[in-house]
Ligand binder design. Structure first.
Ligand SMILES: O=P(O)(O)OC[C@H]1O[C@H](OP(=O)(O)OP(=O)(O)O)[C@H](O)[C@@H]1O
Ligand code: HPA
Ligand SMILES: [Mg+2]
Length: 180
């Protein structure tokens, strides 16, 4: 898999250091509040697992599976719910965990849905933010790294379902896309 990379943008060590920093910040912010931490599958899985292990407070975990990219590097613009939550969020402090905010369409959809479901508060933590991709006005409350305008993979992020299990974030060689 490493040979398919044009460039490694963020190393495993840099990711782990940042996750520790974000977990400490969020533990302080949510202390005594028992937040409902919602991971957006599938991309958020590695980040969420590492983040919550380092949070030193009680949290409830749940997952939504939504998808808008399919096997493409461009969002279809249509967010599909593949799996919904198992718990009610009325009155809860909701923390959404994402791997990346690109166009912002996925999170925009989820934030509107969660407001409608009467969450007490809704905040977003994302490992990566790609502000140049934005199609709607959406800002994370907490972000790990800003990434440039390139399709990135690794640590949860896929291209056609591959590369999610890389421990670092990289940019693929152009021929990998062209062969698809
Ligand atoms: O800001 P956006 O342009 O909406 O892009 C970000 C979303 O796209 C990716 O998910 P995807 O829909 O590919 O599903 P996946 O997590 O299963 O790969 C990623 O994990 C985010 O959820
Ligand atoms: O840059 C990206 N890489 C992988 N998945 C994504 N989903 C939105 N942007 C990206
Ligand atoms: Mg994807």
């Amino acid at each position: 898999m490493r040979n398919d990379m044009e460039e490694i943008l963020i190393s495993e060590e840099e990711i782990q250091e940042k996750v520790q920093e974000l977990a400490a910040q969020l533990s302080e912010e949510y202390k005594d509040r028992f937040p409902l931490v919602i991971g957006v599958l599938k991309g958020a899985l590695p980040f969420m697992a590492d983040l919550v292990k380092r949070m030193d407070i009680h949290v409830e975990l749940d997952f939504m599976d939504v998808s808008s990219y399919g096997n493409s590097t461009v969002s279809s613009g249509e967010v599909k719910i593949v799996k919904d939550l198992n718990t009610s969020m009325e009155g809860r402090d909701v923390l959404i965990v994402e791997d990346i905010i690109d166009s912002g369409l996925t999170l925009n959809y989820l934030v509107e849905l969660f407001k409608h479901r009467k969450a007490n508060s809704i905040k977003i933590v994302t490992l990566l933010d790609k502000p140049t991709g934005r199609k709607v006005d959406l800002k994370p409350d907490t972000a790990g790294f800003i990434v440039p305008d390139a399709f990135v993979v690794g640590y949860g992020l896929d291209f056609a379902e591959r590369y999610r299990n890389l421990p670092f974030i990289g940019v693929l060689k152009p021929e990998i896309y062209q062969n698809q």
